[in-house]
Design a protein around this ligand. Sequence first.
Ligand code: NI
Length: 268
Amino acid sequence: MSTIETLFQRLWDDYNLLVGQPGRIKTLFEQRGDRPLLDHLALRGFGLTGLGVDALAHPFLEAGYRKAATYSFDQKQLDGAHFEPPHASLPLVFISQLRVERFSPWLQERVHALAEAVPTSVLGSGHLCCAGVPWPKVSQADYQRLMQESEYAAWLAAFGFRANHFAFLVNSLPSFSGLAEVNDFLRSHGFLLNSSGGEIKGSPALYLEQSSTLAQQVEVAFADDTTSIPSCYTEFALRHPLPDGRLFTGFIEASANHIFESTAAGQK
Ligand code: NI
């Protein structure tokens, strides 16, 4: 395996160890005779030096990925970018970061305290994307208070740097007629879907249709106690050909805005 394939495997293994859901879904697809491919990996960061999009993108750029487009999510105070791989066998990478300076002095102070606790060995590793939680555990009260201002900030404080989600490429699932049938199949196996903005975000006219599960609830040890909170989810992307025949490889801001909410409510 190449270095970048090893990195994807490490992120996938960590993600499955935490939630189990994507591996179970992959097996269900394989049992139908499909050979599911990944569409993209999504990572989250803080818009602070060394903890944002640029730092998270580092190993992907080294492997030949290039930044293809940038995105703004003003409602959630996030900026994002997507990175395209050097060859089609690798997934796209979508990375976002929180505009920390747009929040209350309390949140800014709390997030800066987390940032200052990150060891220089992590900052200099070039592999921030799989560093996990590089700061002391937050308290449940701080988690709840972060949640009130930014669900994204609360998620990042609790789970750190790891895959937020992987998305399967629905084009690689020929046993399904489309995304609606994938959604029905997931529901029949007990998965809850994110219905913010409708179960299917986007349309063939926008060249991209997406859906996602609700994040799985997992037990997290906080500084004071252990409790169950929403963790990671699984996404499904159906890409349509552009007028020139190539598949669309970008993202739709309005759809991604709803997909972010998959970690707002969890599934047992
Ligand atoms: Ni996604």
